[in-house]
Design a protein around this ligand. Structure first.
Ligand code: ADP
Length: 445
């Protein structure tokens, strides 16, 4: 088993990983920027190292500094969490070259799946349905026009290196495609340093359904069922749940089988999420694989009872999966709300600042994953996520009721948060009926 892990992240996910390590008897090294120097979770790590100023490029994204911290503190491995360096191939490669373990997939699998065009190719090979679209990168506007007319509008232009809902443009006709093609390329170039784009059919009012998978070095792979992440704002998830309320067991099985086929085809190791769009006829199409732990992993943990971070660490330690698929059960319904420091009344603009009053909800079926507390200052430099509120109940109706009362209990003052927006969504009759798709927020709010 790994004995000492550096957590190359901050906030709630850093705390989440430190907790898992403690329970496993693994020592941890936390790293922090000057903006996070007073974070109480740092005290829960065995050691904490300052890696630079608040600016991410000089701290959490700074590979030489993180590798130096790992060398100085003599760790066996680095857990990257999500975001920051979690899907940075260069970083994973440097870890490997320095003889530092990486709690994540091998570099080759990361490279293959991190490129969305390559991932689509692999999916076709594994007989996993993909969204109809271009075979590979679309080199120019003329080619994009030709393709769009073949596939039929609306189509979506996507960055090969895309992530976080950025670098995507939906276009409805030749005119809008002409304007959007180069804009998408430039946006992708600016965001990812890689301007290649491809084109696929824009699926109308789909659900976003993703399968949690775990694989070991010997080629064993198991899944932990699916999450429905259809409640999105600008392609960014806001509320997630498991199981997906629209799936019958037979469809659920087909989806999970497809995810496993793809992961095996990629010779994948460790945790992955295989994302699909589910159309109104319950046909599913692969969109991408996320090669890391996801923000929304707790809903899966609640319904399956498995600690996914511990699974990641065990697999990175070389453990073989002995668990049989049939022994992974799911029970009840879990929902997660992302509580962001954003003002819903002001177009979700960031709302950093010091929290002077903080009271977290509790009670049966309530879990709060956060590093926030009274006196904590939400810095403007980072992602606006301050807490994840997760509930678990026997039925979806009960889970919604618990989530609503927990949201009502949650006090975070004076900064603005997404709590009121989540409450409104949870109270909407279509959400209550489970009739949701990725356009739900844009249409209803
Ligand atoms: P990212 O890597 O930026 O998260 P994804 O490929 O995972 O991008 O897509 C994010 C979201 O964008 C999806 O959950 C969905 O809401 C929307 N989306 C992506 N591709 C399509 C498509 N072909 N049709 C309709 N919606 C799409």
């Amino acid at each position: 088993m790994l004995s000492r892990i550096l957590v190359a992240n901050r906030g709630e996910i850093a705390l989440r990983i430190i907790r898992a390590c403690r329970e496993l008897g693994i020592e941890t090294v936390a790293v922090y920027s000057e903006a996070d120097c007073s974070a109480p979770y740092l005290r829960l790590a065995d050691e904490a190292v300052c890696i630079g100023p608040a600016d991410c490029n000089q701290s959490y994204l700074n590979i030489p500094r993180i590798i130096s911290a790992a060398e100085i503190t003599n760790v066996d491995a680095i857990h990257p969490g999500y975001g920051f360096l979690a899907e940075n191939i260069n970083f994973a490669e440097i870890c490997r070259d320095c003889g530092i373990g990486f709690v994540g997939p091998p570099v080759e699998a990361m490279r293959l799946l991190g490129d969305k065009v390559e991932a689509r190719r692999l999916a076709r090979k594994a007989k996993v349905p993909v969204v109809p679209g271009s075979e590979g990168v679309v080199p120019n506007e003329a080619e994009a026009l030709k393709l769009a007319n073949q596939i039929g509008y609306p189509v979506i232009i996507k960055a090969v290196a895309g992530g976080g809902g950025r670098g995507m443009r939906v276009v409805h006709n030749d005119i809008s495609l002409r304007g959007a093609f180069n804009a998408a390329r430039m946006e992708a170039e600016a965001a990812f340093g890689e301007g290649s784009v491809y084109v696929e059919k824009f699926i109308v009012e789909p659900r976003h359904v993703e399968v949690q998978v775990m694989a070991d070095q010997e080629g064993n792979a198991i899944h932990f069922y699916e999450r429905d992440c259809s409640i999105q704002r600008r392609h960014q998830k806001m509320i997630e749940e498991s199981p997906c309320p629209a799936l019958e067991d037979r469809d659920r099985q087909r989806l999970a089988d497809a995810a496993i086929r793809l992961i095996k085809e990629a010779n994948y190791v460790n945790a992955a999420t295989v994302e699909f769009l589910l159309d109104k006829d319950k046909k599913f199409y692969f969109i991408e694989v996320n090669t890391r732990i996801q923000v929304e992993h707790p809903v899966t943990e609640m319904v399956t009872g498995h600690d996914l971070i511990k699974w990641q660490i065990k697999i990175a330690s070389g453990h073989t999966i002995r668990m049989r698929q049939k022994n992974i059960k799911h029970q009840g319904v879990a929902i997660e709300c992302r509580i962001n420091a954003e003002d819903p009344a002001n177009n979700f603009s960031p709302s950093p600042g010091t929290i002077t009053e903080y009271v977290a909800p509790g009670g049966l079926g309530v879990r709060v994953d956060t590093h926030a507390h009274q006196g904590w200052t939400v810095a403007p430099h980072y992602d606006s996520l301050i807490a994840k509120l997760i509930v678990h109940q026997k039925t979806r109706a009960e889970a919604i009721a618990t989530m609503r009362r927990a949201l009502q209990e949650f006090i975070i003052h004076p900064i603005k948060t997404t709590i009121p927006a989540c409450l409104e969504i949870l109270s909407h009759n279509l959400f209550v009926k489970g009739k949701i798709d990725t356009g739900f927020i844009e249409r209803n709010f």
